[in-house]
Design a protein around this ligand. Structure first.
Ligand code: PGA
Length: 248
């Protein structure tokens, strides 16, 4: 049992108006050619999701939100539920991105509950984990990511799809990339955790790398064992740089 397709996932964060999204999509459609061994996913803002649904439905792409509520429905002003995302047409959603953990105080428990809610609604959670610079310096990287992963694995249904993105916090948006040895160590460790908890099926869970991926370093990082995809922020905002990574 192996991960089938290499995933190229675009995390747009809080970028692009509807007009800018439509412009991107127009350009993307002119240049995109689906590759059999690759999958492309988009995580735009909530308000930029409709153009994906309306303009890209003929293309083999997946799209989803960057966050959702752990609650099913009710008095939670400002929140969007997993069921609403599913109803809209999303098939996936980011959970626990480091910006949500650090800027909005999301805990491992929140991330676990959101992942569970997404699965229950029929979406694939993309669970983001990763250590801070200080944690790495103090030699706590593996312990931190193991704790983040464990919280989720204990809460979700292990027989229902999910994916994991390893994103060292210090590598996000900084241009700093871990060494190949560091990425290898983290990904092999995470794969081992998945297999220990899930058995052979743990080998089929996509393990993405994120943090300053660009068209210059993508080929090298892709060659690292157990890297099954990329979660890309900055370099996903332009069609040219995203597709350079996709086509490689
Ligand atoms: P970056 O962001 O590619 O701009 O470093 C990655 C992410 O935050 O998912």
């Amino acid at each position: 049992m192996r991960v089938k397709k290499f995933i190229v996932a675009a995390n747009w964060k809080m970028n692009k108006t509807t007009a800018e999204t439509l412009e991107f999509i127009k350009d993307f459609k002119l240049q995109f050619k689906p590759m059999a061994d690759r999958e492309i996913q988009f995580y735009p803002s909530f308000l930029s999701l409709p153009p994906f649904k309306n303009e890209m439905s003929a293309l083999p792409i997946r799209y989803g939100a960057q966050n959702c509520s752990a609650q099913a429905s009710g008095a939670f002003t400002g929140e969007v539920s997993a069921a609403m995302l599913k109803d809209f047409g999303c098939t996936t959603c980011l959970v626990g991105h480091s910006e949500r953990r650090t800027l909005f105080g999301e805990t491992n428990e929140d991330v676990a509950l959101k992942s569970k809610a997404l699965q229950q609604a029929g979406l694939t959670p993309m669970v983001c984990i990763g250590e801070t610079a200080q944690q790495r310096t103090q030699g706590q990287t593996l312990e931190v990511v193991a704790g983040q992963l464990k919280a989720v694995l204990e809460s979700i249904d292990l027989n229902t799809p999910f994916s994991v993105a390893y994103e060292p916090v210090w590598a996000i948006g900084t241009g700093k990339v871990p060494t190949f040895a560091e990425i290898t160590e983290a990904h092999q460790f995470l794969r081992k955790q998945l297999v220990e908890k899930m058995g052979d099926i743990g080998k089929s869970i996509p393990l993405l790398y994120g943090g300053s991926v660009n068209s210059q370093n993508a080929r090298d990082i892709e060659s690292v064992p157990e890297v099954n995809g990329f979660l890309i922020g900055g370099a996903s905002l332009k069609v040219a740089s995203l597709l350079e990574i996709y086509f490689r």
